[in-house]
Design a protein around this ligand. Structure first.
Ligand code: NAD
Ligand code: IPM
Ligand code: MN
Length: 322
């Protein structure tokens, strides 16, 4: 069973296109409430039943969450998402960005760093978030990145801020220690500010990028921007064992929600990543990617300069799957 989390904003709109593809492929799925919708229904963004269903699922296919109504609230949709990632222990977040000659794979550490470190308020009113990494957290994600680089073009860029941060110096040391185990992979280290500039100006110089949680969040939106935009950017979050979590890089896009014009491509390509990495169906994944490419030529959505609706592009994709 595939657990589908339709999420908020454009989430349900793009999730509908993905579940129609699952139906076409004869794959069973079940929807569970999550995010702002779940806060409204149950008071919690990740209800126990949803978490349990995700744990038992073969894979989790998640649409974006987030709602301006809760931006300043005590209980927020995004908290459910951070908890889900950590409960499923999906430490390696693969964010591929491809367009023409550009073929970058960002491997973002997903369940450590600033997002999960100690936080609080001091007596004087100072608010703090801390960036923390244990060497084992760096090692497991770096190993995954080395393995992926070995199976691609053999080049790994480790991105950090080692000129300032102790966690970055730890990151660099662990990556250097692992390099001996992967003689076929050439490693370079790059500071994150320069990495942002290079991703913009020379994106073809990158193969695999491995980096900590917050840097990976920011660089992956940038990588999406240089390869056609957020509407096209999928991701796969993997741990040591299933279920993996598959979701677009983009958010719930409140500015266009409810208008039926969201680009479902990121969600459909996340579905392809799920077929490949989560369900062991590489042939279905290949067919879906091909159908998406053909669909995009015929029916591009407004973010790509076209006029197709979400449903229109979804239907074009499905027409190439049958
Ligand atoms: P966003 O990614 O939702 O939107 C950024 C811009 O990209 C907007 O102009 C939006 O219209 C456009 N866009 C994004 N996806 C698109 C698509 N599929 N088709 C066409 N246009 C698209 O980022 P934001 O506005 O900063 O965040 C909105 C909410 O989403 C926030 O609550 C945030 O926390 C949440 N969020 C959730 C996830 C997730 O669930 N994985 C990821 C990012 C942001
Ligand atoms: C993403 C999103 C999330 C993140 C937010 C919504 C918590 O921006 O998946 O890229 O920062 O991980
Ligand atoms: Mn992000």
């Amino acid at each position: 069973m595939i657990a589908v989390l339709p999420g908020d904003g454009i989430g349900p709109e793009v999730a509908r296109e993905a579940t129609q593809v699952l139906d076409l492929l004869g794959l069973p799925w079940e929807e569970h409430v999550f995010g702002a919708a779940a806060i409204r229904a149950t008071g919690a963004p990740l209800p126990d039943e949803t978490l349990e269903a995700c744990r038992l699922a073969e894979a989790v296919l998640k649409a974006p969450v987030g709602d301006p109504e809760f931006d300043a609230a005590e209980i927020r949709p995004e908290q459910g998402m951070l908890r889900l990632r950590s409960e499923l222990a999906v430490f390696a977040n693969l964010r591929p960005a491809k367009d023409g000659e550009i073929d970058v794979l960002i491997v973002r550490e997903l369940i450590g760093g600033l997002y999960y470190g100690a936080r609080g308020v001091r007596d004087d009113g100072t608010v703090f978030d801390t960036c923390e990494y244990h060497p084992s957290q760096v090692e497991r994600v770096a190993r995954r990145a080395f393995e992926l680089a070995r199976d691609r073009r053999g080049h790994l860029t480790s991105v950090d801020k080692a000129n300032v941060l102790d966690t970055s110096r730890l990151w660099r040391r662990v990556v250097n220690e692992l390099a001996a185990d992967y003689p076929g992979v050439e490693v370079e280290h790059m500071l994150v500010d320069n990495a942002a500039m290079q991703l913009h100006s020379h994106p073809t110089r990158f193969d695999v990028i491995v980096t900590e949680n917050m840097f990976g969040d920011i660089l992956s939106d940038l990588a999406a921007a240089v390869t056609g935009g957020l509407g096209l950017a999928p991701s796969a979050s993997l741990g040591e064992r299933p279920p993996g979590l598959f979701e677009p890089v983009h958010g719930s896009a409140p500015d266009i929600a409810g208008r039926g014009i969201a680009n479902p491509t990121a969600m459909l390509l996340s579905t392809a990543l799920m077929l490949e990495h989560g369900l062991g169906r590489p042939e279905d994944a290949r067919r879906l990617r091909e159908a998406v490419a053909l669909g995009l030529e015929e029916a591009p959505t407004p973010d790509l300069g076209g006029t197709a609706t979400t449903a229109g592009l979804g239907a074009a994709v499905r027409s190439h799957l049958t």
